[in-house]
Design a protein. Structure first.
Lengths: 491, 370, 345
């Protein structure tokens, strides 16, 4: 063999071997794996996932296919897909509030062992509430939080500062502030504006608003106490003085609001807020990040605070309101019991137990990737991602926020409010028992709307909610519901 | 004469079946079969369990809940005592029915199906009228989804037909730009209902919509159409009318154009006035067409769902919720059996009204004109 | 006076006098404005930025507000995968469904006019009873649906061949026609879940075939209804002559009847096309990723953040423009078609 021959043959051999070696060296963990993730069709939540999918693919080779459907159709689509055995959905990003309807029939994968092994996820950095309550059921972890959802009250910091008023700490103070500013021109366009803008539209997000108002009167001893049912008998905690007072407050805020407030959903109230037409509003964390967007008239004029609380709380035995004492309200601040409401729970990802095992691994890894501080801490500062803070490290590094456009003062104020809400041991867990959609959307939402539009009185509303809830509980089986309720509360 | 092979002959003999069988089969599978399955679902409680669905037979409990039980306010609305006017109207109606029956029995053309049919129609109409009176004319009565749907159907179709007819009568004359106007009037029909719902929501917004300055100018900005039940319903009906008046318009114009002008000119020469011409020549010719399109609109109107869903989500309270929307809301919270039950009630009511309409009006008119 | 008379003289019954023309044109223009204004509003909203929409109504681009292409960019460039596929799906599904339903429906419509059917009431009742029993067995006792189907069909055929001779009461063409048309009364909400389960058992969810078949099924009643009237107006002598010459029914149908019914066919095609183009509820249930259509996208723009009016407007305009173009093109046929059919009632 001549030298040339040898050389060319060696080169051919090396190249040939390279075809085998190179792929194995560079082949990724999930090559050829496709994960179908179902979520809301919107720039929020879906947008950041679609944006980061190519990076994830570079790292692991997995194909992340995000399927979007209209928000109100996520739950029915998931249920029909899992229950009929179609299983075209490998994973879903949805409201953990609905998770019980999927855990009970065994559709979700238990993620506890994976989370325990996953150090990159920095699970302990996740806020206590989201770690221990929102992602778990009966002690096991089923979802990875990608977003922190709870209600806060926002106020026009410029207006309140000029008038020397501090942010409202109770609902009476909220109404006072609203009445004080209602009718004034708050955005310089010559037309009178509104004291308070709260979304009250039917079949939208309004039923969380009323729960935020009533919550601090019902829960005082920590998340495990719950606000919906009596944990011994499963009787609804609705027909009592706390709801009566909450209904009054709810209706009173309408007096200082836009005339069509009962037909406004959060999109409308947020639009009103960023045009500077409201002095107060109650909403999820989006207001903070929306306020600094282009065209907003309230940049650096938006203050946030923990949900107003109450000096009077419900005595569950008598059904009457009594004053807060040290024993009764161990977490009260200055005699006021606060109970921030983790409405909706925060978009979280869960994995279908019937998916391929490699697909399940890939899905979990993708959720972990999205939730890791490197990615998550950037995403929560950008309004359009729809993701709000839920990690402790997200408040500690203020630079992320200022570089996103917050002024230092605004960032500190916003993060301070979030932190005090997240730190509160008295945060309210949203209802998560089977058929919670029917309890809240069919019964509570309808009756509250009928009340606020004047169709029925508040006594009738409370009675109907009570009866409606009891009917569903009876239908599903009181013991089943009671067991589920107690499981979500952690015992 | 060509001689056909036996195969061709056989094929030709089977032609009747071949022509109609595909349609029949498809309709059987996709309409009758799901109907029956839906009936089962409506008569049971559906639960999702691992591996499929569990159907527990509970009889008419779902329907009982809707008509008598906890959902009664949702379907049938709130009841109250009839006012004197209500009593008068009901009595008038009973009188008319009575006269109608006497007329029928005197005509010597009675038959068992005919009598049963008439009894069913009268009883059904009576209850519907009673329900509407109770819900709408009494001081404390409130309509449920059933009456709201009927309001949408009756008032909607009436308004759409009248305006469509008026426009058609105007457009049939020789005006310049006729084609332009006709094309423009045709456009609203072609937009998807979901799209129209969102467009009208945009338009009726009090702060961001184009009419906001007008509203402010009138000083009405402190109130809102969305908060008043009838305001909300009117908004929904306006959206519906906007979409469907073109349909009435197009067909009526076509009908009007087929009228030979000589008849009208002869009548004019005989000294007939415009109104008389309309009453005696135009209207009778339009009658078959009108009845057909009214029937088409009736059938479609019962299914209205997109407009109330998007504009008001069924609110305020339940003031704009139609039966279809009621069923959809139930489905959304996975109460599939409740959803099927409401759907069935909608089907029964719609079939009742449409069949009554066909038998009472359409057939008579068609017979008179063929 | 003479000039006044001259201006007001009518040459024809349908002419309008000058006096009449003023209110007439006014009303027509008002109504044209009513028809076009919402579309105009949607059109300019698609060019508005988010904060412009929120701050109140702005009417004229460049004067009132600065138009921006951000919404169009987002929908067509950033989200292009998400938009072009539904657009293609909408076009594809609508055309194919309209074609199929036109074809199958016209055959049925023609048959109802020319052929006299006499299905026996007894057979129909038997069929429905068997169907109910079959569904009952599958639902309650979980029997394998294939076995139930086969046994049901065999029992039915047995019945047809033997017992049905004894019953002679039968339905007529008009009844069949009425039955088909009455399917239209069915609210889609009632039938969606069974259809969903049906396709799921066949593993056909999220496929074009499933959606097309369903759309065809929903629209056959309308096709039958409209085409029946068109065929009725075609003189029967032509067909009789052809039959005498030895043409089979199929040939008569395809070579004589269909060409004569062209206006009716175009009108019906256009109507069914629009109905399929705009269908929302069925597509919502039966599609997942591959077969989503544009109406679904419009609804998706209504997020938890509230409706994103600007994106929605873009999609609405995208949906409207092709339909308007098609309609303008076929307009003449539509008018002639509906004219022929509707006049006959």
């Amino acid at each position: 063999m001549t030298f040339n021959n040898l050389l060319s043959r060696s080169i051919a051999l090396i190249i040939g071997a390279g075809f085998f070696i190179v792929p194995t060296v560079y082949s990724k963990k999930y090559d050829g794996v496709t994960v179908n993730i179902l979520t809301m069709e919107a720039p929020q939540i879906k947008g950041p996932m679609v944006k980061r999918a190519p990076d994830f693919k570079k790292l692991t080779g997995a194909n992340i296919n995000v399927i979007g459907v209209p928000f109100s159709d996520i739950y029915p689509k998931m249920e029909s897909d899992f229950a009929t055995g179609t299983n075209s959905v490998d994973a879903a990003v949805f409201a953990p509030q609905w998770m019980v309807d999927f855990i009970e029939p065994g559709y979700f994968e238990d993620l506890t062992p994976r989370v325990k092994k996953d150090s990159a996820l920095e699970w302990d950095d996740v806020g206590l509430f989201f770690r221990s309550f929102s992602s778990t059921y009966a002690g096991k972890i089923y979802t990875i939080p990608l977003d922190g959802d709870f209600h806060m009250v926002y106020y026009r910091s410029d207006l309140l500062a000029a008038a020397g008023i501090s942010p409202p700490k109770t609902w009476e103070e909220y109404i006072y502030v609203a009445s004080r500013f209602h009718g004034q021109d708050m955005n310089g366009d010559g037309t009178p504006d509104y004291g308070s803008c709260i979304s009250k539209k039917r079949n939208a997000q309004a039923y969380w608003m009323i729960l935020s108002i009533v919550g601090s009167q019902i829960q005082t001893k920590g998340t495990g106490e719950g606000i919906f049912f009596d944990p011994k008998t499963m009787k609804p905690l609705v027909n009592n003085a706390a709801y009566s007072r909450a209904f009054d407050i709810y209706k009173e805020t309408t007096k200082y609001a836009p005339p069509n407030e009962i037909n406004l959903d959060v999109g409308d109230t947020r639009g009103l807020w960023t045009s500077g037409r409201c002095a107060l509003t109650m909403d999820w964390g989006d207001i903070g990040t929306l306020a600094i967007e282009k065209g907003s008239k309230v940049n650096n004029k938006t203050g946030a605070s923990i949900l107003p609380g109450s000096r009077l709380v419900l005595d569950r035995n008598s059904g009457e309101l009594v004053a807060c004492t040290k024993a009764r309200c161990p977490y009260a601040v200055n005699g006021i019991n606060h109970a921030p409401f983790a409405a909706f729970g925060g978009w979280s990802g869960a994995v279908n137990i019937s998916a391929d095992s490699k697909v399940k691994d890939a899905a979990y890894d993708f959720f972990s990737y999205m939730a890791q501080p490197n990615q998550s801490n950037k995403d929560v500062t950008v309004g359009i991602t729809g993701m709000n803070p839920y990690r402790i490290s997200q408040f500690e590094n203020i630079n992320n926020w200022t570089s996103a456009g917050f002024s230092k003062a605004a960032a500190e104020n916003y993060l301070g409010a979030i932190k005090s809400s997240l730190d509160s041991p008295n945060m309210i867990l949203d209802l998560r028992i089977p058929k919670n959609q029917r309890y809240q959307q069919v019964v509570l939402d309808t009756e509250v709307h009928r009340f606020v539009s004047g169709e029925i009185t508040k006594e009738e509303a409370m009675q109907r909610i009570h009866d409606g809830w009891e009917e569903i509980t009876e239908e599903m089986g009181r013991d089943t519901q009671l067991k589920a309720y107690r499981s979500t509360l952690g015992y | 004469m060509t001689i056909k092979t036996t195969f061709e002959e056989r094929l030709d003999k089977q032609a009747p079946l071949v022509f109609i069988l595909p349609s029949v089969l498809i309709i059987l599978f996709f309409s009758i079969f799901p109907l029956i399955v839906s009936l089962f679902i409506a008569l049971s409680r559906l639960r999702f369990v691992r591996g499929g669905v569990e159907l527990k037979y509970i009889g008419f409990l779902n329907f009982k809940k809707l008509i008598f039980g906890s959902q009664q306010y949702h379907l049938l609305g709130k009841f109250d005592q009839l006012t004197p006017i209500g009593y008068i109207i009901i009595s008038l109606f009973a009188l008319i029915v009575f006269i109608w029956f006497i007329h029928y029995f005197k005509s010597h053309k009675t038959s068992i199906p005919g009598s049963i049919g008439r009894v069913v129609v009268s009883v059904g109409m009576f209850f519907i009228l009673l329900l509407m009176l109770i819900n709408l004319t009494t001081p404390k009565g409130l309509p449920g989804t059933l009456v709201v749907t009927l309001v949408y159907v009756f008032i909607g179709v009436l308004v759409q037909f009248s305006i469509g007819l008026g426009l058609a009568l105007l457009c049939v004359k020789k005006i310049r730009g006729r084609s332009f106007f006709r094309t423009v009037f045709f456009i609203p029909m072609m937009i998807t209902p979901v799209g129209i719902a969102y467009v009208f929501r945009m338009l009726t917004d009090m702060t961001k919509g184009p009419f906001a300055p007008i509203i402010t100018w009138f000083g009405l900005e402190e109130s809102s159409w969305e908060v008043i039940p009838w305001g909300a319903r009117t908004a929904v009906m306006i959206g519906d009318a906007w979409q469907w008046i073109p349909f009435m318009f197009i067909v009526l114009i076509a009908g009007l154009e087929s009228l030979p002008t000589e008849q009208k000119e002869a009548a004019l020469m005989d000294g007939a006035g415009g109104w008389q011409i309309f009453r005696d020549i135009t209207w009778p010719t339009l009658l078959p067409v009108s009845v057909t399109i009214i029937l088409i609109r009736l059938i479609e109107a019962f299914k209205i769902i997109d407009l109330p869903n998007v504009m008001t989500n069924g609110g305020p309270g339940i003031a704009t919720e139609s039966l279809s929307l009621h069923s959809y809301f139930n489905w959304r919270t996975m109460d599939l059996s409740g959803s099927a039950a409401v759907g069935y009630l909608l089907l029964i009511v719609a079939v009742f009204i449409c069949v009554s309409f066909v038998n009472l009006l359409k057939n008579k008119i068609e017979l008179a004109h063929r | 006076m003479k000039i006044w008379n001259y201006l007001n003289k009518k040459r024809n019954i349908d002419d309008i006098s000058f006096l009449e023309s003023i209110p007439l044109y006014t009303i027509l223009c008002i109504w044209a404005f009513i028809c076009l204004f919402p579309i105009y509003w949607v059109f300019i909203t698609s060019f508005k930025e988010a904060y412009v929409v929120n701050q109140g109504p702005f009417y004229i681009p460049f004067i009132d507000f600065q138009p921006s292409l951000h919404a169009w960019e987002f929908v067509f460039l950033q989200e292009s995968l998400n938009t072009l596929k539904p657009f293609f799906n909408t076009v594809f599904i609508a055309f194919i469904s309209a074609t199929f339903s036109l074809f199958i429906g016209s055959m049925a419509g023609y048959a109802l006019v020319r052929i006299h059917y006499r299905p026996k009431i007894a057979s129909i009742i038997c069929f429905i009873l068997l169907l109910i029993i079959g569904v009952f067995f599958v639902a309650k006792y979980g029997q394998n649906w294939k076995i139930v189907l086969v046994s049901g069909i065999s029992i039915f055929i047995l019945f047809l061949l033997t017992l049905s001779r004894r019953f002679s009461a039968s339905l007529k063409n008009d009844d069949i026609g009425f039955w088909m048309i009455s399917q239209r009364i069915l609210p889609p909400v009632v039938v969606v879940i069974p259809i969903y389960i049906f396709f799921q058992k066949l593993g056909m969810l999220d496929t074009y075939s499933a959606i097309i078949i369903t759309y065809v099924a929903i629209n056959i009643p309308i096709v039958v209804w409209l085409m029946r009237d068109f065929f009725f107006s075609i003189p029967i002598d032509l067909e009789e002559n052809a039959a005498l010459d030895g043409a089979s029914r199929y040939r008569i149908f395809t070579t004589i009847v269909l060409p004569l019914a062209k206006p009716g066919l175009s009108a019906t095609f256009m109507l069914v096309l629009i109905l399929c183009w705009n269908e929302y509820l069925l597509n919502l249930f039966l599609s997942m990723t591959d077969t989503q259509t544009l109406p679904l996208m419009i609804a998706s723009m209504n997020t938890t953040r509230g409706p994103q009016w600007w994106y929605m407007s873009v999609i609405i305009i995208t949906m409207i423009v092709p339909v308007i173009v098609m309609a303008l093109f076929l307009y003449r046929f539509i008018i002639r078609g509906i004219l022929v059919g509707a006049v006959k009632g």
